[in-house]
Structure formats: C-alpha cells, structure tokens
Design a protein around this ligand. Sequence first.
Ligand code: DX5
Ligand code: ZN
Length: 221
Amino acid sequence: LPKYLIAPSILSADFARLGEDVDRVLAAGADVVHFDVMDNHYVPNLTIGPMVCKALRDYGITAPIDVHLMVKPVDSLIPQFAEAGASIITFHPEASEHIDRTLQLIKDHGCQAGLVFNPATSLSYLEHVIDKLDVILLMSVNPGFGGQSFIPHTLEKLRQARKIIDDSGRTIRLEVDGGIKVDNIGAAAEAGADMFVAGSAIFNQPDYKVVIDQMREQLQV
Ligand code: DX5
Ligand code: ZN
C-alpha cells in the first residue's frame, strides 16, 4: 500500500447515483472509500447502513471500504458490515460498553479494526488496546456532518498519536477525518497522519482528479 492514503467520504457524494460517483472518485485516484454511518442517536444525523455497503460491492466496487461507525450500540452492526464487504471498521470508544470485545469482534469477522477519537476524547483509551489496532482515527471536527472546519488543536493530538504508534513499533494507520482540504492536508501529514478523509473538499468540486492531484502534491508523492 502507498505511504499516504486518500479516503473520500461518500457522505458528500451523490446518494442518488452513488455507484457511479464512487467509481468516478476511485478513477480520479482515491485509495479507499470512507463510509460514514450515523444513527441519529450517537450523532445527530442519519445516513447509510450495511445494505448500502453491500450494494456498492454488488455494483463492482473493489477498493477497500473504510466503515466509520458513529452509532451506539456498536456490536450488532459488525457482523452485518463484515458480511456487506467492509474492509476496515472503526468505532468510537464512548459508544461501546466493552471496547476490547468490540475490537476482537471486528477482527474475528476478518476486518481491520480501529478506534475513533472525538476532538475532546483522550488518547488514554489506547493504552491497553494498541495491540488490537490497525487504524487510529482522529476526528478533526465533531462528528455528525460534512463541511465543517478543521479544528487546529488536532495537529498537536496527531503528533501525540504518531509518537504512541511509533513507540509501539506496530504498523498502525493514523487517519484524520474532518475539514481536510488542499491547504491543510500537508500540515496533517507533517503532524503524522498517513490516511486522509475528505468529503466536501473532493465531492463539491466538479473534477475530483484535480483536487486529489493537488492533495497528493501537498503530500509530495
Ligand atoms: C463527519 C464524518 C466525516 C465527514 C468529512 O462526522 O465522519 O467523514 O464526512 O467531511 P468533510 O471532509 O466535508 O469535513
Ligand atoms: Zn468519517
């Protein structure tokens, strides 16, 4: 896999033409499909579930699908998303009663597992579970909506998370999600991120390739 992964959030895609739009963004150079699942309970918005993930697979999407669960409770959706073709499943530790069990459940279903940290959630959750993680996702906005502004304090938190990953000696992706644009992706990479979610920055432009190329230029790859 490349050093840096660009993961467009389909929250800002055209839901009425989702398969075509996902094809277009992958053809434009995206690496991963970021799939935002919101339940109107853990976050104040309602989006898409396992049926839509399965529909994308049936349509012929073969790229990794990165399922970001903003739901509470978490566990009952994991087998369904694994069955529906999820590659990575991440969840918020506050939304699970038993974080270690939920991580193990994801792995037992053959997916990569990750924890998501809201802007005010402490990285101390990492202490006892780092051996089970494939991905650490830092939210750079409060979850629930696309199109919000990047919270600058995230850069300091990315540096802390990068140090924790490097000290662990493990191969763990450091993903950042929320308000990522051409003009801040370089700073996020410099702070240690290597996987970048971007929704509105990509899907609100007519030519996805232009934006993705500009982002890669900032990453100098
Ligand atoms: C926010 C979602 C993000 C969001 C990103 O709750 O998790 O993935 O769609 O959208 P932008 O890039 O527009 O901030
Ligand atoms: Zn997300």
